[in-house]
Design a protein around this ligand. Structure first.
Ligand code: NAD
Length: 379
């Protein structure tokens, strides 16, 4: 009896935790050592879509927290990007350096397959496209796969293009002119996304401040600047926040906008690809008080998501770029709404997503919307 009561109590705790989510699946395969959690937050707009993260979580609770938070975020990201998918995410508990094996990803693929199209997944932190080539042997519900397998390939191309559209929208909103070359930018991180953004801005005639922890990319971008007769000033990781640029472009890690960095910022706007830039959402008020316009990260960096979702209809890079272009209008609309309603840009973006979800809920007759992507992979 004691045991039964305890079990019921634990179940209530778990259900409280996952309230707001449609489905949470714990995957356990003792043969390969797979321990994973798949969370489906909301399928109003279509099957859940979200990457699979592999991380040595210290506890199941920590892994559950992460997957619940990330899958909810995906519902908003999909709604904002106007793609017909819902929010989902998966986490594999383990060290990506030491615990990976082809068999583990095949086992994970079997669990994904058992959801029969309610959940599509691909790479995230700690997993690579090659890992999902193994999972692909067990399920078709994988995206973001290499071009050789019929996938769209490098998603940083549309992501960086989306950042460029977001910068144009911001320039238009702030200065009445969308041209990029008239302004200066402080770019944090010259990786897959940041480097492409920097190159594009230089080509447009802009001057840059840049920082990265890798010397080689800094040298490469300086060479590019010299070629185009533009000024590229390399600064330290700490000094990037205080340079006298028009726009700060964070393209490295998250949680970089905090009290200390806001105090240093001289820019008029923040527009970058990094995920979860604000250490906490309340900070957007501090940015507004300081007269700094904040472009919500999940609106700016949607290009990659647009590509991985589009892939399921057959790769078409032109269509992806066309859709990515809508980031320009979407962001301007958010800026306008925030101004009109005297709310933050984060609230305006969330409202926009809630409206999309609400409208689709009214259209759905009973259960979630199901789409049947025209799958075009070569195994
Ligand atoms: P990446 O790993 O290729 O590049 C990150 C760069 O930041 C690297 O060059 C790294 O050296 C640099 N960096 C790390 N720590 C730094 C520090 N302290 N100071 C300065 N530079 C530092 O990653 P990416 O694919 O270019 O993505 C950049 C950001 O955009 C990430 O936050 C990622 O989550 C986000 N994002 C990327 C995509 C995509 O399609 N690649 C899509 C959506 C969001």
């Amino acid at each position: 009896m004691m045991q039964l009561e305890k079990t019921k109590l634990q179940q209530e705790d778990i259900f409280k935790k996952i309230a707001g989510h449609e489905q949470v699946m714990f995957c356990n395969d003792p043969v390969t050592g797979l321990q994973a959690i798949i969370a489906i937050h909301d399928t109003t707009l279509g099957p859940a879509l979200g990457g699979t993260r592999m991380y040595p979580y210290e506890s199941v609770e920590e892994a559950l927290e992460d997957v619940l938070r990330l899958s909810e975020g995906m519902t908003y990201k999909c709604a904002a990007a106007d793609i017909d998918f819902g929010g989902g995410k998966a986490v594999i508990i383990g060290n990506p350096e030491t615990d990976k094996s082809p068999a583990l990803f095949r086992a994970f693929g079997q669990f994904v397959d058992s959801l029969n199209g309610r959940f599509y997944t691909g790479t995230d932190m700690g997993t690579t496209m090659d890992d999902f080539v193994h999972a692909l042997k067990e399920t078709n519900f994988i995206n973001g796969i290499p071009e050789a397998y019929g996938g769209g390939g490098d998603s940083s191309i549309p992501t960086s293009q989306g950042v460029i559209y977001a910068l144009e929208a911001t320039n238009y909103y702030l200065f009445g002119d969308k041209s990029l070359g008239e302004r200066s930018y402080a770019i944090q991180g010259l990786g897959k996304v940041g480097f492409k953004v920097a190159e594009h801005l230089l080509t447009e005639g802009a001057n840059l401040y840049v920082t990265d922890i890798h010397e080689d990319v800094l040298m490469k971008i300086q060479e590019k600047g010299n070629e185009l007769n533009r000024t590229v000033t390399v600064v330290s990781s700490e000094d990037i926040y205080s340079v006298d640029a028009d726009i700060f472009v964070p393209c490295a890690m998250g949680a970089i906008i905090k009290e200390q960095t806001i105090a240093q910022l001289q820019v008029k706007a923040i527009v970058g690809s990094a995920n979860n830039q604000l250490a906490h959402t309340g900070l957007v008020e501090q940015l507004t008080e300081k007269g700094i316009l904040y472009a919500p990260d999940y609106i700016v960096n949607a290009g990659g998501l647009i590509q991985v979702s589009d892939e399921l209809y057959g790769v078409n890079k032109e269509r992806v770029l066309l859709k990515t272009k809508s980031i320009y209008d979407s962001l301007l609309d958010i800026y306008d709404q925030a101004k009109q309603q005297k709310i933050s840009t984060v609230e305006a973006a969330d409202q926009k997503c809630q409206k999309v979800l609400h409208e689709q809920k009214n259209r759905n007759s009973f259960f979630s919307r199901t789409i049947r992507p025209k799958w075009n992979i070569q195994k």
